[in-house]
Design a protein around this ligand. Sequence first.
Ligand SMILES: *[C@@H]1O[C@H](CO)[C@@H](O)[C@H](O)[C@H]1NC(C)=O
Ligand SMILES: *[C@@H]1O[C@H](CO)[C@@H](O)[C@H](O)[C@H]1NC(C)=O
Length: 366
Amino acid sequence: MGTFLWWITAVLVFAVGVTTVNACPPSDMEALLAFRAALNEPYLGIFNSWTGNDCCNNWYGVTCDPTTKRVADIALRGESEDPIFQKAKRTGYMTGSISPAICKLERLANVVLADWKGISGIIPPCISSLPFLRHIDLVGNQISGGIPIDIGKLNLLTVLNLADNKITGTIPRSLANISTLMHLDLRNNMISGIIPTNFGRLRMLSRLLLSGNRISGPIPNTVSHIYRLSDLDLSLNQISGPIPESLGKMAVLATLNLDGNMISGKLPATLINSGISILNLSKNAIEGSIPDVFGPRSYFMMMDLSYNKLTGPIPKSIASASYVGHLDLSHNHLCGAIPAGSWFEHLEASSFTNNDCLCGKPLQAC
Ligand SMILES: *[C@@H]1O[C@H](CO)[C@@H](O)[C@H](O)[C@H]1NC(C)=O
Ligand SMILES: *[C@@H]1O[C@H](CO)[C@@H](O)[C@H](O)[C@H]1NC(C)=O
């Protein structure tokens, strides 16, 4: 009998020991519960699984590091193929805010709280002190306030996506200290101020998307030092000054959207004979003539130069471009005969209308 009791006790102690070892630390669990308490998800019940005391085991959207048993990822997407969404036949909606308790998850590497439409409040500034953060994705909410001023302390961060929110304030200078950053998406917020001149230090950055804000000042020349940059979208801001000539010499830049700004000066020749295949400069104040330097390297899926102050003729060399898919030169002050060229055949009159005196196919004969 005594031996039996001893065995029972031993087995129980062992079992408790095992559960405790496998469970997430109570401090992480407390932090998660405080995080959950600040949010309200009324339709899907995504937090229903957040019960029991092992937050590393089947808590929806939570993943722990297998060795440390510390919470490493919170990944909650409001638009997903997950069965929870298919069953409810709807996309997610969540209100509330991001609790600063998230900063107690010291080993957090990924935070995705995307497309919930209604999460508001600020980004807790303390997230800049989470040394393992690699990925912050808060796209598609109502988050307001500024980008934490010392975000540059996150020296492992590769993705910062705050697009489609209500972020105000300026882009912190410290951001340029994140040498690992590959993807910066701040589109469609209310960010003002200039593009920090030190941005050229972001050597790993491949997508820099700042469209739809209130950013002013010039495009810093140093942007062309970001040699991995393939997609630069500064459209729909209040950017002024000329287009740096160096942008057209960037090794892998393929998409350049500067439309809807107050950019002036001439169209740099480097942009015409470059690797850029999507170029939108529409709705600016670019003047002078279109450089006559098209050649075999010119391959444009889209070139939109409409609504500027361009003068002179359409350069003859445009016929030697490898390809121009969508071309829009309308609403400028161009004049002269439209050059003939095989790829021109598919263009419609709307590509050339509202100029001073363009003529020839597809417009009326000269
Ligand atoms: C960038 O990092 C350096 C070195 O750690 C530091 O001295 C500097 O203050 C940081 N810059 C900003 C703007 O935070
Ligand atoms: C270029 O930008 C303008 C202004 O933002 C926009 O209206 C237009 O649709 C864009 N062009 C193309 C071909 O996407």
